[in-house]
Write a protein of this length. Sequence first.
Length: 352
Amino acid sequence: MDSDSLDFLRKLISTPSPSGFEEEVQRIFLERIQDRVDRTYKDVHGNAFGVIHPDRTPRVMLAGHCDEVGLMVEYVNDQGYIYFSAVGGVDPHVTAGTRVLIHTGSGPVPGVVGKKPIHLMEEKDRQKVVKIEEQWIDIGVKTKEEALKLVSIGDPITFDVGFRPLFGTRVAGKGFDDKVGVFVVAETLRRVNREKLCCAVYGVSTVQEELGLRGARTSAFGIAPHVGIAIDVTFASDCPDVDKRKVGDIALGKGPVIARGPNINPKVFQRFVDIARTHGIPYQVQAESRATGTDANAIQVTREGVVTGLIGIPNRYMHTPSEVIDTEDVENAVQLLVLFLESLSGDEDWIP
């Protein structure tokens, strides 16, 4: 991945965007694509769009969701300790002891998620996971009044961790689920050859996926696409304790994952496979035996139905503050999508 693209990915990961609080990351997405598309806009829900050849058919929608899991200020006790709720599927195993940022109207307020020291815990308590509602954030104040001068009920909270290069092309950070999908959408819009396009392309950075695929539902309804492709992360099984019998044999660095199953149109699946084989793009196949927990699920059943596909980026440690991906998989996903768009003639009998 070149330095310009890597800087864009780093900026996406570093920008807080818990579900419902995606405004700033949407601005970054639109800035990245504005000089490569014919039109940009946002809808009432907060989804952000970049469109190439809007007057052409078929309409092809690319969707990656920009929201990340996070926390929210729920209650402040008399000593100024802040209790919080989860925004999306936050794992209570990993929250205790982490550093966080509370995003207020006056800027971020740092804090730490506190817990009783292990020395003071009963043996039976050491074996339990502390529930989210039993954890608290310490921002260093002494009273409720001091705390409420700094934070407000309903302020969003994110983990205070950064983007970290690892060995080779591997990187770690929070929110790769699914800011890496937003990255792929943006880079595909930037790199596709407009002269080779016979279709309209709607690249969408969707909101509130972690709360039930909400942004994909509203954006797909508005676009009424003929073809919809979701780009999301998927479970990598090349690390300890992940059962390949349940999620398949998926590894970092072996290419983007092409999903196959009832949520996926078989013609779209085969077109992706054929393109990957023809152009020597490494790829993996994952069986999805039911509706996926991705934007593809919502897109497929929009209006009278949409021809749908799903591209996954292998991801270790999903929904923790330190997810790990391989940037080569991301680059290959962009290449695969560019070639897919350029391959559409508009005369395909499987496109309505």
